[in-house]
Ligand binder design. Structure first.
Ligand code: ZN
Length: 152
């Protein structure tokens, strides 16, 4: 599979992003959809659908569908990893945190975000920030109960 215009990133981060892109996590459907939203980034052609199975405020399972560039797919895959077993409040906090990191308002070091750290380098490429944040804005829409979002 060819990666679509992956910007110049550190080799380590690049590898992490490509690993997630080649075999994205969270592709197994949930057995019950409690929260769901679609998102798209027309600038790049990224599309995503996020479904959450939640029990007693805990995210039991995350299903991420969609396609797009390596950055949006990797970000969605990382989102699926990190949200598992988190509470809805933690999920909201994480999405705020990712927005801050991508907009340079936080350095990504004061919260353990695992592989998501690899996306931090993308903030040097303003056009791609939307790719990295698409899963997170879609997650917020899902949690807010909206069905469809188009970012621009
Ligand atoms: Zn993209």
């Amino acid at each position: 599979m060819q990666s679509k215009s992956l910007p110049q990133l550190d080799d380590l981060y690049r590898e992490i992003i490509l690993d997630h892109y080649r075999s994205p996590h969270g592709r197994e459907p949930v057995s019950r959809i409690d929260y769901q939203a679609d998102g798209m980034n027309p600038l790049c052609g990224d599309e995503i659908k996020i479904s959450l199975q939640v029990d007693k405020n805990k995210i039991e399972k995350v299903h991420v569908e969609g396609h797009g560039c390596s950055i949006s797919v990797a970000s969605g895959s990382m989102l699926a990893d990190i949200l598992k077993d988190k509470s809805l409040e933690e999920a909201k906090r994480l999405s705020n945190y990712m927005k801050n990191v991508m907009h340079g308002e936080s350095n990504g070091k004061d919260y353990d975000i695992g592989d998501l750290e690899a996306l931090e380098g993308v903030k040097k490429f303003p056009v791609r920030i939307k790719c990295a944040l698409l899963p997170w804005t879609t997650l917020e829409e899902a949690l807010a109960g909206h069905e469809h979002i188009e970012i621009s």
